[in-house]
Each structure stands twice: as C-alpha cells, then as structure tokens.
Design a protein around this ligand. Structure first.
Ligand SMILES: [Zn+2]
Length: 154
C-alpha cells in the first residue's frame, strides 16, 4: 500500500483546519482569505519575507493590497498556523511547529534542519527549563569566500 502523500495534501489539510478554526472563532471565511492562506502554506517552507509573500499572492490576485495580505498573515500567526521571526532586520515567516533553522547570513537563506537529534534538543530544552520553544535559529556564514587565507588570482 502506497503511503506517499499527494503533493498539496498537507496544504489542503491545513486549509481545512483553518476553515474550522475561523468558524469556531467567528471570523468570516472568505474566498480571498483562503486563497491567501493557500499561497502562504505553499511557500512557507522557503521562509518567505513579507514582500515575497506579496509577490506570490499578486500573481493570482494582482490588485490585492499589501495591508490586506499583512492582516491575513497576522491572523494566521495569531491562530497558530505560522510564526514570524526577524533575521538581519527582516521579518521572515515560517511553519509554526518548533524546529531548528539554519540561517545563511551571507545569502539570507534559511533551511530547516530536519534531524531527529534537533527535535530531541528542542524537547529537552522544553522539559529541562519548562519552556515552550518557539523557534531555534542558528546563524552561519555559508559563503566559502569568507574563509581566511583565500589565495590565487581572482
Ligand atoms: Zn524553518
């Protein structure tokens, strides 16, 4: 039996949970709100900035205002579907589930450390200090150029 998830199944599942949560809390469930949420859920793995989300949303909704998008992001964060954190003075959005992020300072890229040890590390911090871990960020210099002693003609 195939257990592979269809691509997008994860996004659909999140959207279904979002609809239920919006209704439960008395928010309006509009087509626009769901369309924005779908794009956010589709791009969240890339740790997009606000402007990147605006660009992605405007591909299908060119006339939408940034403030509408911003308000929807705020709501998604408030409802616990996404979170935001600042990297080099820029707000980046991410999946809500706590995990270890590796930030490449040179390029501003962020990748998730998909590792069992990292998951255990977060659980141990939570247990040992009685805290709810929100986000773990490891800042790193990724560029080879920043190593000292580079030689040879440029
Ligand atoms: Zn992440």
């Amino acid at each position: 039996m195939q257990r592979m998830k269809e691509p997008g199944a994860d996004v659909d599942e999140k959207l279904a949970r979002l609809v239920a949560e919006l209704r439960r809390r008395g928010y309006r469930v509009t087509a626009q709100r769901l369309a924005i949420a779908r794009i956010v859920f589709q791009t969240i793995k890339q740790h997009p900035s606000f402007m990147q989300i605006v660009e992605a949303v405007r591909k299908s909704m060119p006339s939408i205002s940034p403030s509408t998008i911003y308000n929807n992001l705020q709501l998604l964060e408030q409802l616990g579907f996404i979170k935001s954190f600042d990297v080099a003075g820029e707000t980046r959005y991410d999946e809500a589930k706590p995990h270890v992020n590796i930030v490449c300072i040179d390029r501003g890229e962020i990748v998730d450390l998909e590792d069992e040890q990292a998951t255990r590390f977060i659980e141990e911090i939570a247990k040992k200090y009685g805290m709810k871990v929100r986000e773990v960020v490891v800042e790193a210099f990724c560029s080879e150029d920043s190593s000292e002693g580079a030689s040879g003609p440029g």
